[in-house]
Ligand binder design. Structure first.
Ligand SMILES: C[S@@+](CC[C@H](N)C(=O)[O-])C[C@H]1O[C@@H](n2cnc3c(N)ncnc32)[C@H](O)[C@@H]1O
Length: 305
């Protein structure tokens, strides 16, 4: 697997982000592309998907992607991802409350089946002045996120939309496992979209690369994932994960009104890397109050510039 290989989930579903319409995906073309790049395991995953009218069966693809995101939730639960989100969003909300009137909108960009937002709605304890919103281009994932949120009567909402073009824009943007999907110039463009008058901060969580990351990822995906697609894409995600300097360089190139740094790269004060690291960005005037609000955890914040 190479960083240039696409993930199967990025290939089997094609939604035009402008019109939100779905385009058919040719099974034979997808298999041929994976074989041409030498990724035989990805070709095998696509081979198992049934065909309808010359294209991958859209209903099967929808069910498969919901299943894969459910398995991703198992991993997020295993790694207590909700607590990590709350660790950064909570202090930032306290800072924003002192500076601007409510409401405060937290937007999960590419929310999938909404684990992050549902967890925060259930256990974030942020208060009624905070709106928790998940946005995704995939209608089936949004439908599943809504179903799960309504089953627990959670105070959050999920929208089928571009997270950066909401009628009521976000103040804090977050992602989980999303940034490595943007390659090359697309990564810089992704960060450039945070330059909106209302946005105050962003926290992007993704795998931290390293010599042991693909082995660790293979182990955890074998242990916790069941579908071939989830296992394939999970391991490839670790291969495609960006280093801290790649992320901070792209974020600094794409934005000019945010301080940027990495958070939580090491386990406590040991040299051991965490599975996830977090790209942090916020308006420069929030620096001192945010570091103060982090308390002892301010030591986990790397250089900000
Ligand atoms: C890897 S999946 C998301 C995984 C999810 N965060 C999780 O932890 O389960 C990436 C998703 O990002 C969505 N996406 C990418 N850019 C987006 C944007 N600007 N607005 C909304 N959704 C976006 C895609 O539709 C895709 O479903």
């Amino acid at each position: 697997m190479r960083t240039t290989d696409p993930e199967v989930s990025d290939v089997i579903l094609d939604i035009d982000p402008q019109t939100m319409t779905r385009r058919p995906v040719s099974k034979q073309a997808a298999i041929a592309a994976f074989l041409a790049s030498g990724n035989h395991s990805a070709a095998r995953v696509v081979q198992r998907i049934p065909e309808r009218d010359g294209a991958l069966d859209p209903d099967y693809v929808d069910r498969l992607l919901v299943r894969v995101h459910t398995e991703m939730q198992w991993l997020a639960e295993e790694f207590q991802h909700g607590r990590r989100l709350r660790e950064l969003i909570g202090p930032m909300l306290r800072v924003l409350r002192e500076r601007r009137p409510p409401p405060y909108r937290v937007v999960d960009v590419g929310c999938g089946t909404g684990f992050a937002i549902r967890w925060l709605a259930a256990r974030g304890d942020f208060g009624p002045d905070v709106e928790l919103i998940g946005a995704d281009f995939n209608p089936e994932l949004i439908a599943e996120a809504r179903r799960l949120a309504s089953a627990e009567n959670l105070p959050c909402r999920f929208v089928l939309a571009d997270a950066f073009r909401l009628p009521e824009p976000g103040h804090i943007f977050v992602t989980t496992g999303v940034v490595h999907h943007f390659r090359g110039d697309a990564l810089r463009s992704f960060f450039a979209q945070h330059e909106q008058p209302e946005s105050q901060a962003f926290f992007h969580f993704d795998f931290q690369p390293g010599p042991l990351a693909p082995i660790g990822s293979r182990f955890w995906h074998w242990l916790r994932m069941r579908t071939a697609l989830a296992r394939h894409d999970g391991v490839l995600s670790a291969v495609r994960a960006y280093t801290a300097s790649e992320l901070t360089s792209a974020a600094r190139a794409g934005t000019s009104n945010f301080l940027i740094g990495m958070y939580g790269q090491k386990i406590w004060s040991t040299p051991l890397p965490r599975v996830f690291h977090t790209l942090v960005g916020f308006r420069p005037e929030l620096r001192e109050p945010f570091l103060h609000a982090l308390g002892v955890r301010a030591g986990r914040m790397g250089e900000l510039r």
